[in-house]
Design a protein around this ligand. Structure first.
Ligand SMILES: Nc1ncnc2c1ncn2[C@@H]1O[C@H](COP(=O)(O)OP(=O)(O)OP(=O)(O)O)[C@@H](O)[C@H]1O
Length: 239
């Protein structure tokens, strides 16, 4: 079997003296779409942020991309290696336009990889075209999320990490977002790791899932396996 794109071995990480991840192993194949599900505080965001070196402290374990050990790299270098995080709080800048917000993502381009043009972005996210010149503060939550995703893909990352992308969004926007992410994955080959509590969204955009509870992975498999054991939902997810 080919080496996975991203590989995490025996990862322990946390904040200050508090260790919140206790030995996470995860392998994500190139072209995969994977969900990381768990309750509030289970450790989902910490996994994503540790992959990016964006906050948590790595205590032990190894993270590699295409076989390359990432541990010595800072967040910017990991972005330029092809990892991009769309954070839970979206971080759309309020006083610049949608187009300007999206263009900020270009800084993460990998050496030798041409970022998308704005025309390519508008083709991928036609719903944003009418808002191209609108300031960030004047967007709805769903529009902000779409801007954050567009900014996340403009540099053509190898792996897009999405932290609870549809939290707080209306069901119709959730469906639109699911179609968008699925299209990026299916038609553009984008590898995706998404944390979620919204099961129907996660199911719509991924093929395999991992459940995390108190900083440990407690189940991994496909959706059919998840559905075959209803206790997984009641034990590990707040539903
Ligand atoms: N900056 C921080 N400093 C200290 N502890 C933190 C920090 N961020 C998160 N934690 C703790 O780490 C644990 C895991 O939090 P994390 O945010 O990774 O969970 P999560 O599964 O993403 O939850 P949510 O769905 O609520 O975002 C929690 O106990 C949380 O309180």
């Amino acid at each position: 079997m080919a080496d996975p794109l991203l590989r995490i071995d025996a990862l322990h990480a946390g904040y200050g003296d508090a260790v919140v991840l206790h030995g996470i192993d995860l392998a994500i194949a190139d072209g995969a779409a994977v969900a990381l599900l768990g309750r509030n505080g289970a450790g989902k965001s910490t996994v994503l942020k540790t992959i990016l070196n964006a906050g948590p402290k790595l205590v032990a374990g190894r993270i590699s991309l295409d076989g390359r050990d990432l541990r010595a790299l800072g967040a910017d270098a990991r972005a330029r290696a092809g990892l991009m995080l769309v954070p839970e709080d979206r971080r759309v800048f309020p006083h610049i336009t949608v187009a300007e917000n999206i263009a900020l993502g270009v800084h993460a381009a990998r050496p030798g990889v041409k970022p998308m043009t704005m025309d390519e972005i508008w083709d991928l996210f036609p719903a944003l075209v009418p808002f191209a010149e609108r300031a960030g503060y004047a967007l709805s939550g769903g529009q902000q999320q779409m801007v954050a995703v567009a900014r996340g893909v403009i540099a053509r990352p190898r792996l897009l990490l999405l932290d609870e992308p549809v939290e707080g969004l209306a069901p119709v926007i959730v469906d639109q977002m699911a179609a968008e992410i699925r299209r990026l994955h299916r038609d553009h080959g984008l590898t995706v790791l998404v944390t979620e509590q919204n099961l129907s969204f996660a199911r719509a955009v991924t093929d395999t899932l991992h459940l995390i509870d108190s900083g440990e992975l407690v189940h991994s498999g496909d959706w059919a396996g998840f559905d075959a054991d209803p206790t997984l939902k009641t034990r590990y997810l707040a539903v």
